[in-house]
Design a protein around this ligand. Structure first.
Ligand SMILES: Cc1ncc(COP(=O)(O)O)c(C=O)c1O
Length: 362
């Protein structure tokens, strides 16, 4: 209700809310199914969970009464080893999500433009207006590849400050061709490549390009491959030039003690976690093959831990609801280009068994 003493921003007052996924407990209550019986395949989480080293370390987490290291020094050293890049170019965030916001804060002055390439991860365009950025959508082609010449044109026309790219793309699962990214790096703009799912892909991370690219930012997370989505820990690899400014604007204690330690322990157990990644890729491939055999699903090839499908013969919303009644939660998008699509995350072997069993009886 309007109140002359409480004057919040009018653009936020009229903005529509983002609908995020929620916890197993909340889904359990909504669906009237015990949390233990639910199969959650809607948010690309890692069904195997974290490394056992994380669980052990967190059970004895020391010094919870003391603020954490604002520089996440030890963690950044381990990330430097993992990425083969200098710790000085790495900044941690409470999930990659926080770093998307931080980048917008750093670059955007009111009215500046960012380029978004939908269908893609929603957070770039969702956060942009909060930081007064204008979003120019350059839609992907029918096969979900990016339209490089349209992006080049849009950057020039709007003098865009940032181009947000997601590779592998969420929700389509495809990787952007290196030549396409190279062409965009020639533009007078900064290119942010979100590699949240890169551990599941065949290609190389663009992190190895950092040394030669003063206008490339790479975002990564431990939510997916390391199974730490609930602890909120991600990182960005930034050009050296940006680092002093990012340090100025970052919340000092954005990484809580538990997330910091969990990420460190994960990075000491990379082989174990990458074996889990390999298993998830196996399940994803199994899902792609099985979905293609169903008359009502057309899967797109994925290099990530999820499969996007076009649904025919019923609405995608009905499809989601029928699966939910069977205790399986998947992602439906009420969005252009995706109204008849469903994204299903790769589950553990027994979860995929059950999913396929239910689908065969549809
Ligand atoms: C492409 C992409 N980037 C970033 C994120 C968010 O990552 P984080 O959990 O580190 O905030 C997600 C989460 O689903 C994602 O799909």
């Amino acid at each position: 209700m309007a109140n002359e003493k409480v004057r919040i921003r009018r653009d936020i007052a009229s903005m529509s809310a983002y609908t995020p996924t929620t916890s197993l407990d909340v889904f359990a209550e909504r669906l009237g199914i015990a949390a233990a019986d639910l199969i959650k395949l809607d948010a690309n989480e890692n069904p195997y969970g974290p490394s056992p080293r994380v669980v052990e370390a967190l059970a004895q987490l020391p010094n919870m009464h003391v603020y954490p290291d604002p520089e996440s020094g030890r963690l950044r050293e381990l990330l430097a080893e993992y990425t083969s890049l200098p710790a000085e170019q790495i900044l941690c965030g409470a999930g990659a999500d926080e770093l998307i916001e931080l980048i917008l804060q750093l670059f955007i002055e009111p009215g500046d433009t960012i380029i978004n390439t939908p269908p893609t991860f929603a957070m770039y365009s969702f956060n942009a207006p909060i930081y007064h950025a204008e979003v120019v959508d350059v839609y992907r082609r029918a096969d979900f590849s990016i339209d490089v010449s349209a992006i080049q044109e849009a950057v020039a026309r709007h003098n865009a400050k940032l181009v947000f790219l997601c590779s592998p793309n969420n929700p389509s699962g495809d990787v952007i061709a290196p030549d396409d990214i190279n062409a965009l790096l020639d533009l007078p703009t900064t290119v942010v490549v979100d590699e949240a799912y890169v551990e599941f892909a065949r290609g190389e991370s663009l992190a190895s390009w950092m040394a030669d690219c003063p206008n490339l930012i790479v975002l990564r997370t431990l939510s997916k491959w390391a199974g730490l989505a609930g602890l909120r820990i991600g990182y960005g690899i930034f050009p050296r030039l940006l680092m002093p400014h990012l340090w100025k604007i970052k919340q000092p204690y954005n990484i809580n003690l538990a997330a910091d330690l969990a990420a460190q322990e994960s990075l000491k157990d990379v082989d174990y976690l990458l074996e889990r990644v390999r298993q998830l890729v196996e399940q994803r491939t199994r899902m792609e093959v099985a979905f293609a055999e169903l008359p009502y699903l057309s899967p797109y090839p994925s290099q990530s831990n999820f499969v996007l499908n076009r649904v025919s013969g019923m609405s995608a919303e009905d499809f989601r609801d029928r699966l939910a009644r069977a205790g399986i939660i998947v992602r439906y998008y009420n969005k252009p280009r995706l109204f008849d699509h469903i994204r299903i995350s790769a589950g553990a072997g027994d979860q995929v068994d059950r999913l396929l069993e239910v689908l065969r009886h549809f």
